[in-house]
Structures are given as C-alpha cells and as structure tokens.
Design a protein around this ligand. Structure first.
Ligand code: GDP
Ligand code: MG
Length: 691
C-alpha cells in the first residue's frame, strides 16, 4: 500500500443491525478492490473480517475488524462492526475514528432498534453517512419500505442515488441516477456490469428521482442553489460536490442498494464512498487538551506533531497484544516510540502495520488520517491518546453504556481462581465494556457486560484463548440481617475443670438502628466489672458474629450493641473467653430481637418506545417494583422505578424480549429494605440447606 495524503483517504465504519449483511458487504468490497481473489461467506466461516473462532462458530461478528484497500485514486479503510447491542462498544469506538459511516439496512428487515441507536451515535459524532439497502435479492425485499423507515424512524433525509431494477430472485441491478444509466450486473459474483438504457417502465420514476437528487445537491451550497435556479440543472461534478457537502454537514443520507452476496451494486457503492464521503480533514480542527489540561486544537495534517486515538485492542496470548489507532495528526515511523499521553507513559514498538482482518502488512511510515496498528505495547488501552513526546495531546475517551447483566463465575476445576482472574484481566484489555468485580459479601467473582450473548462469548474466550473453563451462575443477592426490637441478655462462658479455666461474663443490650446506620458499639461498664483490657475482645466477638450472620449467613447491620454489665475471674478470664461469651451472647440475643432479612433495592431507569410502556410497567409491578416517575424522551418514555435486586438479576434478556429489542435500561444500587416475610422464610430455608 502506498502512502496516501489525508484528502485521499476515506475511513468508513460499517454499521447496522445484526445480520443486515455488513460483514458480507465488507468481503465483497475487498474482492471488488482486488484485496482478495475469492469471496468468503459467512456460512463457510471464511470471511476476512469475521476471523475469531467465536465469530465463525456463531456466524455473527462479535468484534470490529479493519481493512484498508485502494479504489481508484483513493485509499478506503473499512471498519466492520458488530450489529448486536452486546458488542456495541466496538461499533461506538469505530464511529469515533471514522469520519464516514456506511449504514447497512436489510431490504427485508428494514430499520431495527439497533439501526436507530447506531444512527444516533453516528450523528452525535458528526459522521458523514450514506446508506446501503442490502439483500435486494431476498424474498420479501422491500426497498420503498426501507426508505420510508429511514425517514420516519431515523428522522433522516434519504436521497436516492439509485433505483433497484427488479427485486427478489429477479433483482438484477440498479438505475444509476447520476449517470442515468441502467447497470445490469452479471450473476456470477464477479461484480461486472453492463451499462444499458433505462428500461421504459422505470423511466418516469428515474426522471422524478433524478430531479430530487439534483435538488438535494443544489440545496447544500448557496452557489449551487443559485445556479440551479437560473439554469435548471447542474453538471455531474457539481452534483457530486453538492452531495458530498450535504453528507459532510449531515443534511442528507444518499441511498444505494444491492446485494452483498451476489456482488450487485457494490462497485457503484465504492464509487459513492469515494465521491461523497468525508475525508479525515473534513472534520475540521480536532479539540483535545495539552499537558497542562488546557484546551487545544490539532489540524488533521502530516505537518502537525504526531497524535493518535486508540480504538481497538486485540489480545492474543501467543502473538501478544495488537493496538489499533487512527492517526489524527503528524506521522509515525516503524521502530520508534511515542508517549501515551492519557497515561503519561512512554511506549516503544517495532513494526507499524496496516491491517486486512487478521493479516498484517508492515509499512515504513503512516500519516494523518490513516488507521494503523503496532504490537506489544505495555500499558496502552482502548480509548487512550498517543502523542509525540514533545507535544502531548489528549482526547476525551467515550462513555460506554453501563453493564446491563452480571453473572457469578466459578472455575470448573478448583484452584483455577488465579488463572481465571489473570485471564479476565487480559480480556478486559481488549473489551472495555466488560467489567469484573469481587463481591465480598457473597464471596463471588462477578463479570458484568452488555447482555447474555456478551457474557457467554466472554466465557468462551476464556476457554479458547486461555484454556480456563468456568460456569456462569446467577449471582447471589447480597442480603443483610438486622433486628426489629431491643433485647437484653446475659452470656457467660465458663470452663473450670482442672488446670487454667476460661471465664467471661457479659450483659449486652441489642437495639435496632435506622437503615444505613451500620453498627455502633457502646461500652457502659463502670467500676471495672469487666476489666478494660477485655472490652475490645467483647466488641470483636460481636463483630465476628455479625459478619458471619445469624439467621441465614448474611452480614448483620443497622444495630447498636451496648455492653452494660458483666463479671470476671482473676485467674481464668482472658480475651478469648470474653470474645466467645460476647459472640455467643450476640447470636442468642439477635434471634430474640425479631430478626429480619434486608434486601437491596435498585434504581431502574428503563427507556422504552411508547408502544411498550404498558407491558414494561405491568412487568415491573409483577417484580415488586414501584414506579417513581416518568420522563418523556425522544419518541420514548423513561420509566424510573425502584425494584428489589432479586427480581431483576436477568432483566436484560427479559426486557429485550418484552420490547423486541427496543428497550434499554440502567441500574444502580439505592438502599436496603425489609424482605417480605414469605420470601424471607424461603431464603432462610435455602440457607439452611446450603450448610
Ligand atoms: N440473500 C442474501 N443474503 C445475504 C446478503 N448479505 C448477507 N447475506 C446473508 O445474511 C447473513 C448475515 O450476514 P452478515 O454479513 O453476517 O451480516 P452482519 O451481521 O450485518 O455482518 C449471512 O448468512 C449472509 O450470507 C445479501 O445481499 N443477500
Ligand atoms: Mg458482521
């Protein structure tokens, strides 16, 4: 690959819902551009972009993949992204580094929930967009409906650049509204086409949409509007210029169509990418902060100091770590180093690569606007900014959606705990949307992620890459125990049979405290009836009993224990004896003080389209949830509720099926509340069974 200047580079994130045909389209694009000489398929598991074992076995993309190719005078970089919400992090990072987004919409499926989410994020990132209506060869393909949904659901301004010729099994090509020719593709997958006159039955429609296309081009620039109004037409160059301006400003969404697997319409799409998509410089100045934290700007140009943004990390236990980044400014030579300006550490590396899926091409230098990769960096993570040592520059990282689902993981073979946590740490390097934690209260290792599929794939990766096998379990609820009334008791621990005995004697009062008060220990001993040196042992005995739990093995909270009387033996008393007396006494008193179980309550914010509101609220009621408020959002409602954690451990898949994938939610801990009696009984029973 020769070195291209920024204005001749197009970096495109291919986005859209799962199964729209993004990976297949990427494969065909690479074939048409001569990168490969044979088209792989999803079914055969031999595409360039879906190369991970889990992608081949599941036939879906779980990770983004990058390829660089040459098309006419340009270099086109494509980042094929996963379409499922579970793997959205990769799609979001791709949209940060690509100026352009290619929105793939299935001709049968139309616009889906995930299409909407990704479209919205692409807009927020000022990506210039064009759309490709794919699978025109499929049964029930409906081009017009797909266009209608772009307007109504996405709120986009679709501008047709083509009309499909035929559909379903008889789909054979497109009318190119730019050249006003019919392009009839050969059906052998070569992507070759013949230019013919527009068929009679499409002529009227073609004229109508040609006019709309020229109007849309004219409207994006004042100069073009004037000319169009005066002369009634624009030259081909002017039309392309106008369309490109409309794409860069985000005012229009030019639409192409075809079939990825039959290689129909893809060459025309590549021309469209080259002619209409923004180049890296079209984003204008890039704003970040310098070493002192002051706002500063960079021009996308090789003349500026080096800076780059890391959009992907691939961890391979054998080949080592590969870091993928987009060069914002300056250039980078092989066998040098840079500053990780986010972490303020220097990194060194050998080769600089340009990627085609997992294939690496080593290049001597890369410059502004390029996507490239280096291997074996020590500290760099996805979302970091890299800079020239002498000119630190830091871009903000993106905010990923909060994890939606958690599981406890248990190694299949005992003793693998450390191996598992080391492997998880490595996986987190490449997957910023995965989180791990240790729940001290339930003594479980937890992994949290975007959804069921995400966590299942994570567990698969543990096995594939690191050879550790784990089971996923619904995590335990961190219940707590407390009491509802006060009680007083004496507890005497005495062993006096030969030799030195044991003697400790305490009088304790146990009183409930309000929620969230934790624990208070009060010493009211007067006159040394319990000698001073034994008091800490008494408190320790109580604390140990509390940590172990009395009712069902959950930690005790929200109460006060007062030591108000006792007695001792000059020879037999010891710290140990007082600790045991206190611990036994506490347990006895606790059971006498109307013990209850407390359960964690979470704040749940659910975003749903209006149509699903009723179902979601009804479901929350059946989960013992209380709706505390509703905020109208854009075309949707946000339901704020408080729900017992025990009822929403698997809310992610449930909400998904309840809302056809269109609902999303976030969850945070709120407070503890008494568990209703009948449920508490069951939990106590279950705890007895465990022991
Ligand atoms: N008939 C037909 N099938 C397609 C087309 N594009 C993709 N597919 C099939 O649709 C499925 C999903 O494709 P894939 O490329 O994995 O979609 P992605 O999830 O968007 O990457 C695969 O079985 C493909 O073979 C197309 O244009 N026509
Ligand atoms: Mg895919």
């Amino acid at each position: 690959m020769k070195g291209y200047e920024a204005e001749n580079i197009r970096s495109i994130a291919i986005i859209g819902h799962g199964s729209a045909g993004k990976t297949s389209l990427a494969e065909t694009i690479m074939f048409d551009a001569g990168v490969t000489n044979r088209m792989g398929t999803i079914n055969d598991g031999n595409t360039v972009m879906d190369f991970l074992p889990e992608e081949i076995s599941r036939q879906i993309s779980t990770s983004s993949a990058t390829a660089s190719l040459e098309w006419k005078e340009n270099q086109i970089n494509i980042v094929d992204t996963p379409g499922y919400q579970d793997f959205i992090a990769d799609a979001l990072y791709a949209l940060v580094v690509c100026e352009g987004a290619l929105l793939v919409v299935g001709a049968v499926s139309g616009v889906r929930a995930q299409t909407e989410r990704l479209y919205k994020f692409a807009k927020e990132n000022n990506a210039g967009m064009i759309a490709f209506v794919n699978k025109m060869d499929r049964e029930r393909a409906d081009f017009d409906r797909a266009i209608g949904e772009m307007e109504s659901t996405l709120g986009a301004n679709p501008v047709l650049t083509q009309l499909p010729i035929g559909k379903e099994a008889s789909f054979e090509g497109v009318v190119d509204l730019l050249t006003m020719k019919a392009c009839i593709y050969s059906k052998d997958g070569t992507g070759n086409f013949e230019e013919k006159d527009i068929p009679d039955q499409l002529k009227g429609q073609a004229d109508e949409y040609r006019e709309k296309l020229v109007e849309a081009a004219a409207e994006s620039e004042d100069e073009l509007v004037e000319k169009y109004l005066e002369e009634g037409d624009l030259t081909d160059e002017e039309i392309l210029r106008g369309l490109r301006t409309g794409v860069v400003t985000g005012d229009i969404l030019p639409v192409f169509c075809g079939s990825a697997t039959l290689n129909i319409g893809v060459r025309k799409l590549l021309d469209g990418i080259q002619n209409m998509m923004p180049s890296p410089g079209d984003r204008g100045l890039i704003t970040g902060v310098d070493a002192k934290g002051n706002e500063t700007e960079r021009k996308v140009s090789s003349d500026e100091p080096f800076s780059a943004f890391v959009y992907k990390t691939m961890a391979d236990p054998f080949a080592g770590k590969l870091t993928l980044f987009k060069i914002i400014s300056g250039s980078l030579k092989a066998d040098t180093g840079f500053l990780n300006s986010t972490r303020d550490t220097k990194e060194r590396f050998g080769n600089v690569f340009i990627l085609n899926g997992k294939k690496q091409e080593s290049v001597p230098v890369v410059s502004a606007g390029q996507l490239a990769a280096v291997a074996k960096l020590k500290e760099t993570k996805t979302g970091d900014t890299l800079s020239d040592d002498s000119a630190p520059f830091v871009l903000p990282n993106i905010e990923l959606p909060a994890p939606a689902l958690s599981y406890a993981i248990v190694p299949k073979s005992k003793g693998d705990e450390e191996k598992v946590s080391a492997a998880l740490a490595r996986l987190m390097e490449e997957d910023p949307s995965m989180k791990t934690s240790r729940e001290e209260e339930t003594r479980e290792s937890i992994i949290s992620g975007m959804g069921q599929l995400h966590l299942e794939v994570t567990v698969e990766r543990l096995k594939e890459k690191f050879g550790v096998e784990v089971d996923m379990k619904v995590p335990k609820v961190p219940y707590k125990e407390t009491v509802k009334r006060s009680t007083k008791l004496q507890s005497r621990y005495k062993k006096q049979s030969g030799g030195r005995g044991q003697y400790g004697d305490v009088w304790l009062e146990i009183e409930p405290l309000s929620r969230g008060s934790d624990f208070e220990f009060v010493n009211k001993i007067v006159g040394g009836v319990v000698p001073r040196q034994y008091i800490p042992a008494v408190e320790k005995g109580v604390r140990e009993a509390m940590a172990e739990g009395v009712l069902a093995g959950y930690p005790v909270t929200d109460l006060k224990v007062t030591l108000y009387d006792g007695s001792y033996h000059a020879v037999d008393s010891s710290e140990m004896a007082f600790k045991i007396a206190a611990s036994m006494g506490f347990k006895k008193g606790f059971l006498d003080a109307r013990p209850i179980l407390l359960e964690p309550i979470v704040n749940l914010n659910v975003s749903v389209p209006e149509d699903f509101m009723g179902a979601v609220i009804g479901d929350l009621n059946s989960r013992r949830g209380k709706v505390v408020g509703m905020d109208p959002g854009e075309g949707e409602q946000i339901v704020n509720a408080q729900v017992p954690m025990a009822e929403v451990l698997t809310y992610a898949p449930d909400l998904r099926s309840m809302t056809e994938g269109r609902g999303s939610f976030s969850l945070s801990f709120s407070h503890y509340e008494e568990t209703p009696g009948h449920l508490a009984e069951k939990i106590v029973e279950a705890a007895k069974g465990d022991n």
